[in-house]
Ligand binder design. Structure first.
Ligand SMILES: O=C(O)CCC(=O)C(=O)O
Length: 410
């Protein structure tokens, strides 16, 4: 709630200093605490939540009211300043852009870097609170939903995964018929162990680089960011480009003949990444990664233009989140029915039966990229990385840019 101007000058809380839990939460080293000034200003920001979030990032919050603002900003070790959106105290407005100044954007539920500081290396947005579901939906629209709404989520009518298991020779027909195929023990586990360790190593590098930002960003599913190496796609689900070492394995992967059978031998890699969901990641809304090239074609176009391979790097189960598919939804008419039902009823569990595929390390899922699917919540204790590799016919390009140019790692 915005407060009027007169009320704005009256501090809402008394000045307080919160002690950091530890100086080394973020990077494991004993570095000096970095002070972050938190000034509420006119916007009713939850300073306690902001302060707690800063502490978890290894910053020492200095929560001040108007009397102490100027003195707090004059401290030599101030790393960043957080204020309400409309905080217009002179000390803030005359601030030289040498330190990141964040203003709270109520509609976004996050702090936004002040325009004057844009040249700095600081992240443009940072969420310092656990967002309410309402805020999350308001800001992110369709892609951020929670599985905790029984009225709309319910228990999906699940198909038996075993009925969709095929061997390598059966992949093409299964994908053409159902839009999805599940192959057990397709990839040698020692190869996948190497891939998993490369992905883990890259994750750790990214974690370190994010923690060195001011303020530090966390891979906790709450912070939003987009870099060339990694994009936070939906609540707790990250799309991380695979490191080069994995590409050599991909070129010779055992699914390549099946992909050729589906897309032709001249097909090309479209994108390859690791999709990592962290504990607490929410169920995605159902979607298809790319739709029909010729919507309303009089007949179903049986041959796909893109095929995606999912290859779990850890054993996936109901806890850490399988990928759910709606078999047959590569047919435009079936997908249309699903989306229309959702629009009509608001239900995120369509009446059409779904298939939850929880592969173990070594298994592979191949699907026609038109098939409707979604990643399920990760209610486990560890992150869930899967390789997510898409191929396309040579003439196909995606209209969207999946990763921005701004890099995180040098
Ligand atoms: O995380 C998953 O299981 C699926 C991810 C997905 O469907 C996507 O990011 O488009």
């Amino acid at each position: 709630m915005l407060l009027g101007t007169a009320a704005a000058l009256v501090p809402h809380r008394t000045t307080q200093r919160l002690q950091p839990l530890s100086n080394n939460v973020v990077d494991g080293t004993a570095s000096a605490p970095r002070r972050a000034v938190v000034y509420r200003g006119e916007e009713d920001i939850d300073v306690d939540a902001v302060a707690a979030s800063l502490i978890s990032r290894g910053l020492e919050p200095d929560v001040v009211d108007v009397d102490r603002l100027a003195a707090a900003l004059a401290q030599p070790d101030v790393a960043a300043i957080y204020a309400g959106r409309y905080a217009s105290h002179e000390a803030l407005d005359t601030l030289e852009p040498t330190k990141p100044l964040y203003r709270y954007e109520k509609s976004a539920g996050a702090f936004k870097l002040d325009r004057r500081c844009e040249a700095s290396d600081a992240p443009k947005w940072v969420s310092l609170e656990v967002e309410s579901e309402e805020k999350c939906l308001e800001r992110n629209g369709w892609n951020f939903l929670t599985p905790e709404e029984p009225a709309t989520w319910g228990a999906p009518p699940c198909l038996d995964a075993e009925e969709f298991v095929v061997d390598q020779d059966g992949i093409r027909d299964a994908v053409v018929e159902h839009g999805v195929a599940f192959v057990r023990d397709m990839i040698p586990t020692d190869v996948l162990k190497r891939c998993a360790s490369i992905v883990d190593q890259r994750w750790a590098e990214i974690e370190t680089a994010l923690s060195e930002k001011t303020p530090p960003l966390l891979l906790n599913g709450i912070d939003r960011f987009e870099f060339n190496e990694i994009v936070h796609r939906s609540d707790g689900r990250f799309d991380m480009k695979v490191p080069e070492e994995i590409r050599s394995f991909l070129a010779e992967a055992p699914w390549v003949p099946a992909v050729h059978a589906l897309l032709g031998p001249d097909c090309v890699p479209l994108y390859d990444s690791a999709i990592v969901s962290v504990p607490g990641a929410k169920t995605q809304d159902m979607h298809s990664d790319n739709g029909h090239l010729f919507p309303h074609a009089p007949e179903h176009i049986a041959s796909p233009h893109c095929v995606t391979v999912i290859c779990p790097l850890v054993d996936v189960d109901a806890d850490n989140g399988p990928t759910e598919f709606w078999p047959g939804s590569h047919y435009e008419s079936v997908a249309k029915e699903l989306f229309e039902e959702r629009a009509r009823t608001g239900a995120h569990i369509p009446s059409k039966s779904s298939l939850q595929l929880a592969g173990s390390v070594g298994d592979a899922i191949l699907f026609d990229t038109r098939t409707v699917h979604r990643g399920m919540a990760n209610s486990g204790k560890a992150k869930r990385p899967i390789l997510y590799i898409a191929y396309a016919r040579p003439w196909y390009t995606e209209g969207t840019k999946n990763f921005p140019d701004e890099t995180l790692l040098s």
